[in-house]
Design a protein around this ligand. Structure first.
Ligand SMILES: N[C@@H](CCC[C@H](N)C(=O)O)C(=O)O
Length: 260
């Protein structure tokens, strides 16, 4: 089967996007893993299908690089909104359906896209770390300097701890800076460090204000780029009106042959 694909990246978190509005493409786990493979395929942290839905402008179906369908991807959501805009499927403001519900996105100047993330109903403040689900589950640990962390080893150990099984968790290491945060993330389903993770950046920004309430804006520096998160906290352990903003760029497009 020959497939036309588009490659996008948001702060270095990269994705294969396929327009499946005609519902003609059904990919299995090994075909998706092949397309995301950086040596044998196109290379990406994840793959998204853009599909039709009666509930919004389009639907985003998200798969991790291991080929399995997963939960919400914040950078993926910003990239698929940019793709839908570049493909004249939607205008500068769009609403799309993802696994965690309906999201609004806005195309901004200079290849920036902002995305309304799902509300957070529970923030778990533990001894030395915070856990919350920003559409995907995240573990956030404050460290003295993210540059000194072995993100692959430490992230993998935490991701595989018995308490987080069977689903696993994404692991974020965060250092507060003068203005904002620095972050590095180990992503489940990629099973490696990625250059940025939108749901992780969102979780880290919200965790950084601890139990405070109010309206906040936090700048977050990931390895692959800068993002910003605006949110409101009406109570100590919830967050709402969450907007994630950052770059979402077209990289290249092409055709690839995949085995049935
Ligand atoms: N890169 C993403 C998160 C993608 C999902 C994650 N790997 C998981 O399975 O939970 C983002 O930008 O949010």
């Amino acid at each position: 089967m020959n497939i036309h694909f588009y490659k996008y990246q948001g702060a270095g978190n990269d994705f294969v996007i396929i327009d499946n509005r005609e519902a003609s493409i059904a990919l299995n786990t090994s075909q998706i893993a092949f397309l995301c493979d950086r040596r044998f395929g196109i290379g990406a942290d994840g793959l998204m299908l853009l599909q039709n839905t009666a509930e919004a402008d389009f639907e985003m179906i998200y798969y991790n690089a291991d080929g399995n369908e997963s939960t919400m991807c914040g950078n993926g959501g910003r990239c698929i909104a940019a793709f839908a805009y570049h493909s004249n499927i939607v205008g500068k403001q769009t609403t799309f359906k993802a696994i965690d519900g309906i999201h609004d996105a806005v195309i901004l100047p200079n290849n920036n896209v902002s995305l309304h993330m799902s509300d957070i109903n529970t923030i778990q403040f533990e001894n030395g770390y915070t856990i919350m689900n920003t559409g995907s589950p995240h573990y956030i640990k404050e460290v003295v300097d993210t540059d000194l962390v072995n993100v692959f080893e430490e992230g993998r150990n935490i991701r595989n701890q018995a308490i987080f099984q069977p689903k696993g968790i994404n692991v974020n290491f965060v250092t507060p800076k003068e203005k904002g945060l620095k972050i590095r993330t180990y992503e489940r389903g990629v099973e490696d460090e990625t250059l940025a993770c939108g749901t992780g950046v969102t979780a880290a920004a919200i965790a950084s204000v601890k139990q405070q309430t109010g309206i906040f804006q936090v700048a977050v520096k990931a390895k692959g780029g800068d993002l910003s998160v605006m949110f409101e906290k009406r109570t100590a352990d919830t967050a709402e009106n969450i907007i994630l903003t950052g770059g979402a760029k077209f990289v290249f497009e092409g055709n690839i042959e995949i085995e049935d």
